[in-house]
Design a protein around this ligand. Structure first.
Ligand SMILES: Cc1cc2nc3c(=O)[nH]c(=O)nc-3n(C[C@H](O)[C@H](O)[C@H](O)COP(=O)(O)OP(=O)(O)OC[C@H]3O[C@@H](n4cnc5c(N)ncnc54)[C@H](O)[C@@H]3O)c2cc1C
Ligand code: SF4
Length: 328
């Protein structure tokens, strides 16, 4: 590992000052992704600011029913929190489908959305990769692209975002609270991550030195939910395709439907227009399949990953059926 200096911040302003004013400084939270990338020489910060002493580990419910997930609350504490289990079971399911208990104990809510792609070539310093070294090319386009994206891709990058938690946050209309040197702001989760376009090295819309302080969930109590994760191994593997599904009925018709896909794009994928078109329709497999066809209409396969198009369609139908049958 290359040399770097290290400090611990006690208050957010101290953290912002030490990272914001130093272009090659980074925050470290759980370290479960950053340290791996440093050991592989993919991330080479010259200074690390440890933010674990900041008072950002609370999970707080508010009188209006909304919930604030502190950026430094661990993924495990979040998944098992009584208010998350009761009101946001989709989030619990998605977090618990990821990584391992040990990793979830270390991984934080602020670090999870900022984890980087698992594209093999991104990790292999001997190969061209526009995300790692802009302008060098994309080895995955014509390479072994079994785990890669089928939606929202560009000729510059076909990587996926690997998080499970973020797929549920997308379906739950989460918001990210951010503190920067210029003040605080809120980013809708739908606008947090970026598509690759011609700047695939930029994964998200944070600026250098921005600190995530919390992830906030609006008041909602959906019970008919399901998180379906399809992967090569039953545990400890990233999703080939995952689905976060929410469905509410009025009689036999669909009143609310929300669905986000993971493992298929550079960001969790959601199509609100397709969801709206299903309102009032009967909740059955035929309608779910039409919905899935609509969502995957623009999907492109790159060879090894072309199977994901049909896999995603079937996963959508299956996840919606699972959500319908979830215990209310
Ligand atoms: C073997 C393995 C298997 C895994 N499997 C899965 C899986 O199946 N599903 C899944 O979703 N994830 C999986 N993960 C990823 C894991 O969930 C992430 O590594 C973790 O969530 C990152 O959180 P962290 O706190 O450790 O972040 P860190 O590694 O500390 O930081 C990651 C990035 O976020 C930045 N950062 C951290 N906190 C903040 C903040 N508050 N504000 C601004 N920037 C911040 C850091 O500067 C860094 O750039 C796996 C990881 C490993 C190692
Ligand atoms: S898909 Fe993206 S991350 Fe993977 S090699 Fe291509 S540019 Fe790099």
């Amino acid at each position: 590992m290359h040399k770097f200096s290290y400090s611990r911040a006690s208050v957010p302003q101290e953290a912002l000052a030490s990272v914001g004013q130093e272009p090659k400084a980074k925050f470290v939270a759980g370290g479960t992704n950053l340290f791996d990338l440093m050991k592989e020489h993919i991330e080479c910060p010259e200074h690390l600011t440890d933010i674990n002493r900041l008072d950002l580990a609370k999970i707080e419910g508010f009188p209006d029913g909304s919930l604030r997930l502190g950026a430094l609350a661990s993924n495990a504490a979040t998944a098992w929190h009584p208010l998350v289990e009761k009101n946001y079971p989709l989030l619990s399911q998605a977090i618990l489908a990821g990584a391992s208990p040990q990793l979830r104990n270390m991984a934080t809510n602020g670090g999870n959305p900022l984890q980087r792609t698992r594209c093999y070539y991104f990790y292999d310093l001997s190969t061209p990769c526009n995300k790692r070294t802009p302008g060098t090319g994309c080895s995955a386009l014509k390479g072994f692209n079994r785990i890669h994206a089928i939606l929202g891709t560009s000729e510059h990058c076909i990587a996926t975002h690997p998080s499970d938690m973020c797929v549920a946050l997308m379906a739950l209309d989460a918001r990210v609270e951010v503190l920067g040197l210029k003040g605080s702001r809120t980013i809708d989760f739908a606008d947090f991550h970026r598509l690759p376009g011609d700047t695939p090295h930029l994964d998200h819309n944070l600026e250098h030195g921005d600190l995530i302080t919390s992830i906030d969930l609006p008041a909602q109590h959906f019970k008919n939910v399901a998180y379906l994760k399809l992967r090569d191994r039953q545990s400890y593997a990233f999703a080939l395709v995952s689905v976060a599904a929410i469905i509410e009925l009025e009689g036999a018709s669909i009143k609310t439907l929300r669905l986000a896909l993971g493992g298929v794009a550079h960001k969790p994928w959601r199509n609100k227009a397709a969801e709206a078109a299903l309102v009032g329709k009967p909740a059955n497999a035929a309608e779910f399949r039409l919905f899935a066809e609509h969502i995957l209409a623009d999907a492109i396969g790159y060879g090894h990953n072309t199977f994901k198009i049909e896999l995603a369609k079937r996963a959508i139908v299956r996840a919606l059926e699972m959500a319908l049958n979830a215990k209310s």
